[in-house]
Design a protein around this ligand. Structure first.
Ligand SMILES: C[S@@+](CC[C@H](N)C(=O)[O-])C[C@H]1O[C@@H](n2cnc3c(N)ncnc32)[C@H](O)[C@@H]1O
Length: 319
């Protein structure tokens, strides 16, 4: 098995990973060093760990392990994150829907590398990877977890090959890539050709021009790529002002869109191939919110999309 490695956009050579053997003091420093934009990674990992503890169909034992380790070093942040129940329900719906879309996209084009944009402490690979313990580590597409510098450092410390088991995520040939998707050339550390991009909880933090530039650029330079992402409506732009982990941090949702098809304006070859409303993800722990599902603004407010990037003949429409 290859150990996860770190790459930067300006550095094509692989940098040997420090094994994920950080002690509590190191972890505390890494969490404290997260700028507000990257501190947002705490909310989804807490939500998925909490859902793992419920008797629901959604399981994420790796998230639960990570949260147990973080408890000693970021108890206040975790406590704040736990109080955001509605956001947590949305995060679980998002994880369920995107797991399905990503698994189906990999099944259709298993050779295409997966790039998890704004990966934070995401554990999707462990949820999708149901191979038996003696699995072939090279099975499945190459997988890259990309984020900003300080988030990558924390990810490496939490999910490096030595923590807490030899291959907690079944990482195989996975790599951690440091890059800012707002910068031209962000994909320089990745293999050439089409990619399956996943942007979970990322696009709302970008400016409209940055989202358009990202999808248009991939459509032009990497035809045959797809992007699986969550898309928020304007109503949800209040979240950073009300979510306890984000309130007062200056972090905001700069981008929203009313219709998924608004994304097609970025370039002629950007097409919506699939769209799911969060409120229709039945396994999500919605509680009372479900009663609101007929209100158009509620239905519109959180959606999951799969975009084809590049000329139509490269795209595979959903079955
Ligand atoms: C809300 S968290 C989501 C983390 C992860 N996708 C999940 O669902 O658990 C947003 C993540 O996006 C990252 N991020 C924000 N802006 C970014 C950028 N311009 N380039 C790369 N990553 C970015 C943050 O550092 C953070 O880890």
């Amino acid at each position: 098995m290859l150990a996860p490695t770190r790459r930067g956009p300006d550095d094509d050579s692989e940098v040997a990973a420090r094994p994920g053997s950080a002690g509590a003091a190191d972890l505390a420093r890494l969490v404290a060093d997260l700028p507000p934009l990257s501190r947002t990674l705490l909310l989804p990992i807490v939500a998925r760990a909490r859902e793992d503890a419920r008797a629901s169909a959604f399981r994420d034992p790796v998230a639960a392990t990570i949260v147990r380790r973080l408890e000693a070093v970021a108890a206040d942040d975790l406590a704040r994150a736990r109080r955001d129940r509605l956001t947590a329900a949305a995060v679980v719906a998002r994880a369920i829907a995107l797991d399905r879309m990503v698994a189906a996209a990999i099944a259709r084009r298993p050779e295409r590398p997966v790039v998890n944009l704004g990966a934070g402490l995401d554990t999707r690979r462990s949820r999708l990877d149901r191979r038996p313990p003696d699995h072939d580590a090279d099975a499945g597409p190459p997988w890259f977890d990309l984020d900003l510098e300080s988030a990558c450092r924390l990810r490496e410390a939490m999910l490096g090959p030595a923590v807490p088991g030899p291959d907690m995520l079944g990482l195989g040939d996975g790599a951690i890539v440091t890059a800012d998707v707002r910068r031209p050339g962000w994909d320089r550390g990745l293999p050439p050709g089409p990619l399956l991009l996943v942007a979970e909880g990322l696009l709302p933090f970008l400016a409209r021009g940055e989202v358009d530039a990202l999808v248009a650029d991939v459509a032009r330079h990497r035809p045959g790529s797809e992007l699986v992402a969550d898309v928020v409506g304007p109503v949800l732009q209040v979240i950073p002002r009300i979510a306890r982990v984000l309130r007062g941090t200056g972090v905001r949702f700069a981008w929203s869109c009313r219709r998924a098809s608004d994304l097609e304006r970025a370039a002629a070859t950007v097409r919506v191939l699939e769209e799911v409303h969060a409120i229709d993800v039945t396994e999500a722990p919605w509680g009372a919110v479900r009663r609101l599902r007929r209100l158009p603004e509620v239905r519109r407010t959180l959606r999951f999309v799969r975009l084809g990037l590049g000329p139509a003949e490269d795209a595979v429409a959903s079955a």
